[in-house]
Design a protein around this ligand. Structure first.
Ligand code: IPM
Ligand code: MG
Length: 359
C-alpha cells in the first residue's frame, strides 16, 4: 500500500528527530513492502521565519489531504518574546484545532532497563502501563473571552475555561474504546469540587460509563491524581481528562519512564487522520548536535502506523525494535548510565532499523 505522510519538523531538535523517525519508517517500508510518500512543510518558529505565520493555510490544507502528520517540536528562545504577536505554539494549537484532533493519546510505559533512571523507586514502577487520553481542542486553551486590558488599578488578563457536552462525550468515548482493548479500567480526572466545567465533565463522563458496564470506572480529583501518579502509578490503566489537566499531568507522568525523550503521542479525531509527535519540546540547546533522543518520535511513528495507517504488525515491529535496542545496552544521553553504550540521534535510528530488519 502507498501512504501520504506530511512531515512538520518544526524547531530546535525537531528536524533531527523527524529525520531519524523517517529513516526507521524507511526500514518498515522495505521490510513490509509499503511505500510512504512524504511532503514537508513548516510549523512553529520555522514557519514564522519563512512565512510570517506559525501555520499557513496551505500547510493546514496539505495536512488535511494526507493520511497522517508527523511533527517534531515547536518553539525556542528566538520567538519567546511575551509581547510577540505570533508565537510558535499558536501553530501547533491551530493544527490540532484545524484538523479537529480532539483526543490526544499519551501512553506511559516503564522499561525495566530504565527503572533506575526515573526519580521514583523501582518498586513503584513495576507494572506501570498507563494511557492518558487528553482532550485537545477545547478547555482554557481555546475558550473565549480571552484578553489583556489596562485599568486604573493596573492590568487584567482573562482566559476562559469552557466545555460542552459533545466535546466531553466524544473524548470520553475514545477513552472507553481504548480501555476495552486494555485492562478495562477508566479513571476520569476533574476538579468538580470547584469548577463548573468539571461538574459537567463528571456528569457527562458518568453517562458514557453507564453505557460500558464491562469497564471499571472511577473518578478522581486532579490534585489527588497528581499525588497517586507518584504513589501508585501502576494502579492506572486509561485516564481521561481535559486539555490543561492533561498537559500538566503528562509531564509529571513522563518521569515514570525516566525521560520525556521516551514518550510518544497521537492526536486523533473522528476519522483516521492523525497527528503524531513526541510529548517533549524543541530542546533548543541540543539542536543540531546529534544528541537528542529520537525514541519518542520513533514511537510516535509507530502509533501513526497503528492508528492512521492500520498497520498493526508494523507498529509492533517498531516497538519491539526499540525494546531490543534498550535490551542490547544502547542509550541516548538523557537516559545514559554506567556500563551502557552511548548513541547519538542518527545512530539510535540505525540500530533500531537494524533490529526491525533482523526480527
Ligand atoms: C504539549 C505542549 C503544548 C501544549 C504547547 C507547546 C502548546 O506543552 O503538547 O504538551 O500545551 O499542549
Ligand atoms: Mg505539555
Amino acid at each position: 500500500m502507498s501512504y501520504q505522510i506530511t512531515l512538520l519538523p518544526g524547531d530546535g531538535i525537531g528536524p533531527e528527530i523527524v529525520k531519524t523517525a523517517v529513516d526507521v519508517l524507511g526500514q518498515v517500508a522495505t521490510t513490509f513492502g509499503h511505500s510512504f510518500a512524504y511532503q514537508e512543510a513548516h510549523i512553529g518558529g520555522a514557519a514564522i521565519d519563512a512565512e510570517g505565520t506559525a501555520l499557513s493555510k496551505e500547510t493546514l490544507a496539505l495536512c488535511k489531504a494526507s493520511d497522517a502528520v508527523l511533527l517534531g517540536a515547536v518553539g525556542g528562545p528566538k520567538w519567546d518574546d511575551p509581547r510577540a504577536k505570533v508565537r510558535p505554539e499558536q501553530g501547533l494549537l491551530a493544527l490540532r484545532k484545524g484538523l479537529d484532533l480532539y483526543a490526544n493519546l499519551r501512553p506511559v510505559k516503564c522499561w525495566p532497563e530504565l527503572y533506575h533512571v526515573s526519580p521514583l523507586r523501582a518498586e513503584l514502577l513495576q507494572g506501570v502501563d498507563l494511557l492518558v487520553v487528553r482532550e485537545l481542542t477545547s478547555d482554557i486553551y481555546f475558550g473565549k473571552p480571552r484578553f489583556r486590558r489596562t485599568y486604573s488599578y493596573g492590568e487584567r488578563a482573562v482566559d476562559t475555561m469552557s466545555y460542552t457536552t459533545p466535546e466531553i462525550d466524544r473524548v470520553v468515548q475514545w477513552a472507553f474504546r481504548l480501555a476495552a482493548q486494555r485492562r478495562k479500567k477508566v479513571t476520569s480526572v476533574d476538579k468538580a469540587n470547584v469548577l463548573e466545567c468539571s461538574r459537567l465533565w463528571r456528569e457527562t463522563a458518568q453517562r458514557v460509563a453507564d453505557q460500558h458496564p464491562e469497564i471499571q470506572y472511577e473518578v478522581i480529583l486532579v490534585d489527588a491524581c497528581a499525588m497517586y501518579l507518584m504513589k501508585q502509578p501502576a494502579s492506572f490503566d486509561v485516564l481521561v481528562m481535559g486539555n490543561m489537566f492533561g498537559d500538566i499531568l503528562t509531564d509529571e507522568a513522563s518521569m515514570l519512564a525516566g525521560s520525556m525523550g521516551m514518550l510518544p503521542s497521537a492526536s486523533l479525531g473522528s476519522g483516521t487522520l492523525g497527528l503524531y509527535e513526541p510529548i517533549h519540546g524543541s530542546a533548543p540547546k541540543y539542536a543540531g548536535q546529534d544528541v537528542a533522543n529520537p525514541i519518542a518520535t520513533i514511537l510516535s511513528a509507530a502509533m501513526m502506523l497503528r492508528y492512521s495507517l492500520g498497520l498493526e504488525k508494523e507498529a509492533v515491529a517498531v516497538e519491539g525494535a526499540v525494546a531490543q535496542y534498550l535490551a542490547d545496552g544502547y542509550r541516548t544521553r538523557d537516559v545514559m548510565s554506567e556500563g551502557m553504550k552511548l548513541t547519538g540521534t542518527r545512530r539510535t535510528g540505525e540500530l533500531i532499523a537494524e533490529r526491525i530488519r533482523a526480527a
